[in-house]
Design a protein around this ligand. Structure first.
Ligand code: NDP
Ligand code: OAA
Length: 274
């Protein structure tokens, strides 16, 4: 039977996922979509012919009819939908995994996944190496895990940490470290920029122990994520120089493609890679 998908959040990532469903890259049906902006919903609907257009939900609860809900909205959406979805037996794929840096929310969502038929998924998103770091974590000997993210200043605009600390990004004229702390603190400070840090932490040494640096670099055009994980099976280092999405410079294009690949892999019978 064709899996029924719902999407919460109809922006940059959702548009790519919807396109992949419409063109058959993901073998599933997109049945219902939700966003607080009706015009965003309409853009997703327009990717489908009249007979296969997804229904526009007026409330997040309307998404619970689907087999799998994709959250591609933001951290508040994870609070609104993840536990309810899993408890209702829906599978849930979260892009804004940074929300799970909050221990209370994380335990609630994980408990819901453990005790229901719903499964929780998070794609690797805009980083590389989660496969090998997840495997290395099994040794129990990972000593340190860190992420250094360098973005063009425009990709950091509007972040609570930037606003609260009166950081004028337009004044930055050389690579400048604007944040250093744990993945837990990074997720609260930069909720739309550093979800990858929490994904990394959840497969390795945890959000409080994973170290994060954020650098604003006016000469950098890409969203660059450098990971270093030491110990266990050896040292792992990865760097991805991501092309930012044209419609949202905060979001790397790879994040959308990673979610598409995750959804595609749920329907395939050949699964290569950890
Ligand atoms: N894991 C990863 O590697 C990555 C994860 N992400 C996460 O994915 C999310 C989506 O990215 P992207 O598609 O680029 O974002 P966009 O801003 O392009 O689209 C998100 C859409 O969802 C809407 N939305 C957000 N929160 C809610 C809510 N609570 N209720 C209703 N609508 C809501 C937004 O409205 P409005 O504009 O008004 O907020 C917007 O229309 C990001 O916020 C980020 O958290 C992003 C990149 C990488
Ligand atoms: O897309 C990226 O480069 C990373 C990102 O925004 C996030 O993790 O929230």
């Amino acid at each position: 039977m064709t899996r029924s998908i719902a999407i919460f959040g109809c922006g940059t990532i959702a548009t790519e996922i919807a396109r992949a469903i419409a063109d058959g890259t993901i073998s599933a049906g997109l049945d219902v979509v939700y966003d607080r902006h009706p015009e965003q919903i309409a853009e997703i609907q327009d990717q489908f012919d009249d007979r296969s257009q997804p229904v526009a939900a007026t409330d997040p609860d309307d998404l619970l009819e689907a087999d799998l809900i994709v959250e591609a909205a933001g951290q508040t959406a994870v609070e609104e939908i993840a536990t309810d979805a899993l408890e209702a037996g829906c599978d849930c794929l979260l892009l804004s995994i940074g929300a799970l840096a909050d221990e209370t929310l994380r335990e609630g969502v994980f408990d819901a996944a453990r005790t229901s038929e719903g499964r929780l998924y998070a794609p690797s998103g805009a980083i590389a190496g989660l496969d090998s770091i997840k495997a290395a974590a099994l040794t129990g000997e990972l000593e340190s895990v860190s992420l250094t993210t360098t973005k063009p200043p425009a990709g950091l605009e509007g972040a609570p940490y930037v606003v609260d600390n009166d950081i004028d990004l337009s004044e930055i004229d050389e690579p400048t470290m604007i944040f250093e702390g744990s993945a837990t603190d990074a997720a609260a400070a930069f909720p739309s920029n550093i979800n990858v840090a929490v994904a990394l932490s959840l497969v390795s040494i945890g959000p409080d122990e994973t170290a994060v640096k954020i650098i604003a670099d006016p000469d950098e055009e890409n969203n660059v994520h450098r990971i270093s994980a030491d110990g266990g099976s050896g040292d792992i280092e990865t760097t991805v120089r991501n092309v930012p999405s044209p419609t949202n410079p905060k979001t790397s294009y790879l994040a959308a493609v990673s979610a598409i690949e995750k959804l595609r892999s749920l329907e395939t019978s050949i699964d290569i890679g950890t």
